[in-house]
Design a protein around this ligand. Structure first.
Ligand code: HMG
Ligand code: MG
Length: 297
């Protein structure tokens, strides 16, 4: 069974310049809750000075209608973020670091080892609260500042996160530049230290290769956990040129058409994307939303 973490409300919206009304974010999450995705990354408890768009994280969490069986998670960069996340009754937290020092410095104002130290108390408290913990490794393939990142460097960061006690690791193609060969190279190197169920692929689609990358991971490595965003929303404020996440509806279509078992309702994902689209000054670019809007009814 494929597991989808829908990251549209967080990764998808964090880069939008115009402030999106909190009610629109809540409606978006509520629509996604009906779609069959297993997890929704609702927001981030980060500094509002760094990511003003997500300054309303607590209110969003307090006002969404949670569906049983859906995990509602959030990004947490430090102890202060965890305090807010606990107040919001998140079901899971994600700490985040990178395989590139330059990117990490620009993203969270810390070196990789400083970020690991910063996470130590966060993880201790989260574990005491019995919260599942994801660790993100950004720039696991390419960095906008340092170029190609050697997979040995990524493996070292993954090992640090495992030593800290994370339950799973999401490998981020932050700028969407990886090709299937890069996916193979990293998975060959990282699979010896991770179980298959601990690996999540977080693909962006800048070069149009995200679906090919996901299919490589699923068909050749039996990876079944992916991050994606409705409508292909997304970008990263500290990754110049980063394009949207792979669109959930396109990913679900590709995997299902290839025989994967998957619970997500494509029409409901497209419906959720249409819910948020009027708040953006552009048309969402997913293939499936185009197909469905032109299909004879
Ligand atoms: P800093 O400036 O070094 O932190 O930022 P600080 O401790 O000096 O605090 C600065 C101010 O922020 C203080 O306020 C703190 O209280 C406040 P002031 O005293 O100036 O009024 N503050 C906070 N407020 C609310 N919640 C908090 C918090 N922490 C501090 N948690 C920090 C360090 C980590 C806070 C900052 O760099 C930050 O928030 N960065 C977030 C960056 C971010 O969210 N990036 C996008 C997500 S990562 C991503 O998109 C990649 C991913 O999708 C995977 C992939 O694609 O690769 C996950
Ligand atoms: Mg991302």
């Amino acid at each position: 069974m494929i597991t989808i973490t829908e990251v549209g409300p967080r990764d998808g919206l964090q880069n939008e310049k115009a402030q999106i009304p909190t009610t629109a974010k809540i409606a978006f999450v509520n629509a996604l809750s009906e779609s069959g995705v297993q997890e929704i990354e609702v927001s981030s408890f980060v500094s509002p000075k760094w990511v003003p768009q997500l300054a309303d994280a607590l209110e969003v969490f307090q006002r969404i209608q949670r569906q049983s069986g859906v995990i509602y998670s959030a990004l947490v960069p430090n102890e202060k973020g965890l305090e807010h996340a606990l107040e919001a009754h998140v079901n899971k937290i994600s700490i985040f670091t990178a395989a590139s020092e330059t990117f990490n410095q620009k993203n969270i104002n810390a070196s990789i080892s400083e970020s690991i130290e910063r996470f130590r108390p966060v993880i201790a408290i989260a574990k005491a609260e019995k919260l599942p913990i994801r660790g993100y490794v950004s720039t696991a393939f390419y960095c906008p500042y340092e170029g190609k990142i050697p997979s040995t460097q990524v493996v070292a960061v993954v090992q640090k996160l495992l030593d800290l006690g994370v339950d799973e690791v999401s490998l981020g193609d932050t700028i969407g530049k990886a090709a299937p060969g890069d996916i193979r190279e990293l998975l060959d190197n990282v699979m010896p230290i991770l179980s298959k169920d601990q690996v999540v692929l977080h693909l962006h689609d800048t070069y149009g290769l995200a679906i090919a990358n996901a299919m490589t991971a699923w068909s050749e490595y039996r990876i079944t956990r992916f991050d994606s965003s409705a409508g292909g929303l997304g970008g990263c404020p500290y990754a110049p040129g980063a394009f949207g996440n792979v669109a959930t509806e396109d990913l679900v279509y590709a995997l299902r058409a290839s025989g994967a078992e998957i619970s997500v309702d494509i029409a409901k994902i497209v419906g959720a994307a249409k819910e948020i689209e009027p708040q953006l000054n552009r048309t969402l670019a997913s293939r499936l939303s185009r197909v469905l809007s032109q299909s004879p009814s």
